[in-house]
Design a protein around this ligand. Structure first.
Ligand code: NAD
Length: 358
């Protein structure tokens, strides 16, 4: 089969980790008889440097002409908050998500068997295994609500951020959670704060309605504060965890920590129709950029998700994930996941070892 992939290499370690990932994708193509065409898309701080805007005109159209989008990372201190909005890389990230209608963010948090020691939880908890999928609503809620500041008479300046969710927004992400659970261990944990927030009460009522449509999937409501605690106490209990934008932002970072390293975790953002976007959960790591130190695994596993969800090629995805596990089991470590006394390899060597295992 032939696929067209938009590559947003971006800033910092972005180009290095995308380079290794492209070579992995080509290796999979060789093994299974697929061909890939890559379209380079300029976006982020590098675009600001080149043409004065982080989100050049036509970026979304270029991405829409492809079957999937693979993003390294964008941003860095060079393009900080003192710059006008159109020069800041974060503006481009929000714009691409909006233009591609990416409302569902998937972050698997998997403790890779060879890295049990990197898990900060108790060993007996880690040994039970962690394999959960965080599903975060990405385009609604308090991050996109009306905000403002105003002067009060007696309390100084006051600020507000409005949190709003519609039934339609909740239903489309909720449905995805049940569909994803059907492909996994058939359990959905819906996280809210229904004891306090009206948006959460609406969220819960829509989720309950959906749960009746999916009787084969086990369903539970979890309050967000309890969820934060359970992720530390017993993360193995979770399969698919679905929640609104801000809760998901916080909980997905917490879930990523229990798996050991930020350099290992992939993600996908999806909408209806337009191509999905795959990226590591980490940023552009300017502190190690250009030094052959970055761990390419999160980006390589993002490519595995791309095979599974955008190309419907599960075997190819499995082969990539198994190649990563084999490299780790054989003791190959980048600096971020190394234990005292172990040898360290760089970005390029780690990529090479993973390809050798494909
Ligand atoms: P970061 O994820 O870039 O780095 C945090 C720490 O983790 C650093 O010490 C870094 O060296 C390390 N790290 C990150 N990825 C690694 C990898 N693959 N291998 C080894 N070590 C790794 O987060 P930050 O420092 O808060 O942000 C840096 C820049 O990235 C900022 O400009 C931020 O806005 C941007 N950012 C971009 C995205 C994105 O493109 N989606 C996401 C988050 C942050």
């Amino acid at each position: 089969m032939n696929f067209k992939i938009a590559l947003i290499r971006g800033d910092g370690i972005g180009p290095e980790i995308i380079n290794e990932t492209v070579k992995v994708i080509d290796k999979v193509g060789e093994k299974f008889g697929h061909a890939f065409e890559y379209i380079d898309v300029l976006m982020g701080g590098c675009a600001t440097d080149a043409i004065g805007t982080s989100y050049p005109e036509g970026t979304a159209e270029l991405c829409k002409s492809c079957d999937a989008v693979l993003l390294g990372a964008v941003g860095g201190p060079k393009w900080g908050s003192d710059r006008p909005a159109q020069e800041r890389p974060e503006t481009a990230l929000l714009a691409i998500r909006k233009d591609l209608g990416l409302y569902a963010n998937l972050r698997p948090a998997v403790l890779r068997p060879a890295l049990i020691d990197a898990c900060p939880l108790k060993r007996e908890t880690a040994e039970q295994g962690i394999d959960l999928l965080m599903l975060r609503e990405l385009t609604g809620g308090i991050y996109f609500g009306k905000r403002g500041r105003y002067q009060t008479e007696d309390r100084g300046v006051e600020a507000t951020d409005l949190m709003a969710y519609s039934e339609k927004e909740i239903e489309r992400i909720g449905r995805r959670a049940f569909e994803m659970a059907r492909l996994r261990r058939k359990k959905v944990s819906s996280v809210d704060k229904a004891n306090v927030l009206e948006t959460s009460r609406l969220w819960r009522s829509v989720m309950h309605r959906l749960a009746e449509e999916y009787p084969d999937v086990a369903y539970e409501d979890v309050l967000v504060d309890n969820c934060a605690m359970q992720l530390m106490r017993d993360p193995g209990q979770f399969d698919v965890v679905v929640t609104e934008n801000m809760f998901g932002d916080i909980l997905s970072d917490e879930a990523s920590m229990v798996t050991g390293s930020i350099g290992l975790l992939p993600s996908a953002s999806m909408g209806d129709g337009a191509p999905a976007l795959y990226e590591p959960i980490h940023g552009s790591a300017p502190d190690i950029a250009g030094q052959d130190k970055a761990n390419p695994i999160a980006t390589i596993l993002s490519a595995a998700m791309m095979f599974r969800y955008s190309f419907q090629l599960g075997d190819e995805a499995d082969v990539i994930e198994e190649a990563v596990d084999k490299a780790l089991a054989a003791g190959w470590r980048t600096a971020d996941i190394v234990n005292l006394g172990e040898a360290i390899v760089g970005t390029r060597r780690m990529g090479e070892v993973i390809r050798e295992n494909i």
